[in-house]
Write a new protein. Structure first.
Length: 325
């Protein structure tokens, strides 16, 4: 069999790639020019292909190892790789270890610089950075309204949210965002919004009392699914930042305490809109983690989430820098 090189594969734009993988208890290696993961079944070794040219990010869970050759091929194909705990959380990596999010990003001397130049041209001015954060939050609200009120969510998943209640909350947030004077006020508003959204989602599916608790092994299913789905969104956020060549530390909202804050900023564009409802729906349906992961990935693809993230960052960079791409 003739070996296949990643350079020979048909290039697929990151925003159009279909796959996010979470794998555990296996080995990732190169076999016949293809990146594959190997699982053991009795005395047999089963090999499964990873279509790296159509993959955005790869999460390596408990009991997983990866070869240097596999990392080389993944880097050539532009795949983000993250080491994580069981079920996709918490997320670790071998470089720039962060408790919440950190990625092994492909190294290339040919990443674009124009978006980075636009970004840093406004980033050092606190007022412009705040305006960029507001732009992100307004996009976030638009996405929540679009997807929570989507007939598909009501028809297929029976998520019958109150239109009046949701629109009233989002309209109020839009007004408050415009009046925020600093980063702390905007962060506080974001926290109140999240709390209100959790309450609405829990009431919509009749989940009962809900308290958001992160990364706890003894937490309820909705909290576990929220952690899991959010890390999938962080994978897309990290990919969007890498595609545009903007370092993860150049955040507009979360950067004061988090080294990878830009990943959080970008993921927030779709996290509440696409992950939050599915976490409560899956918890009520008794889904396994694999079923929930499939729900999330299908939602990301249906909503063109990575496309949205990339366009939002590009538009924000251009708008607040005043520089044309």
């Amino acid at each position: 069999m003739e070996d296949i090189s990643p350079s020979d594969l048909k290039t697929i734009l990151h925003s159009k790639r279909a796959n996010i993988y979470y794998i555990e208890h296996c080995r990732v290696l190169v076999n016949g020019g293809r990146v594959e993961y190997v699982t053991e079944q009795g005395r047999d070794s089963l090999y499964w292909n990873i279509p790296i040219a159509n993959t955005t990010s790869l999460l390596l869970g408990t009991g997983t190892s990866i070869t240097q050759a596999a990392m080389r091929e993944l880097a050539k194909a532009g795949v983000m790789v993250g080491f994580c705990g069981g079920g996709g959380t918490p997320l670790f990596a071998a470089n720039e270890v962060e408790i919440n999010v950190s990625w092994l990003s492909p190294q290339s001397e040919y990443r674009p610089t124009n978006y980075l130049q636009q970004w840093v041209s406004f980033w050092f001015e606190e007022e412009k950075r705040l305006e960029a954060a507001k732009s992100f939050q307004l996009i976030r609200l638009d996405q929540i309204e679009k997807h929570w009120l989507n007939p598909h969510l009501k028809r297929e998943d029976r998520f019958m949210v109150s239109t009046q209640q949701l629109t009233a909350l989002l309209d109020s947030c839009r007004d408050n965002i415009k009046s925020c004077q600093n980063n702390n006020e905007l962060m506080s508003l974001e926290a109140r919004l999240s709390k209100a959204l959790y309450k609405i989602a829990a009431e919509t599916v009749h989940y009962g009392d809900f308290l958001r608790i992160k990364k706890g092994k003894g937490t309820d299913f909705a909290n576990r699914f929220l952690d899991h789905g959010n890390y999938l969104a962080y994978g897309l956020g990290a990919t969007a930042a890498w595609v545009l060549g903007i370092p993860h530390g150049l955040a507009v909202l979360h950067g004061k305490t988090r080294r990878g804050g830009l990943v959080f900023d970008i993921a927030d564009l779709v996290k509440d809109a696409l992950v939050l409802p599915q976490a409560f729906i899956a918890a009520m349906a008794g889904d396994e983690e694999q079923d929930f992961r499939r729900r999330c990935i299908e939602n990301f693809l249906r909503a063109s989430a990575l496309d949205l993230m990339i366009d939002a960052v590009k538009d924000t960079a251009e708008l607040h820098s005043g520089m044309k791409s």
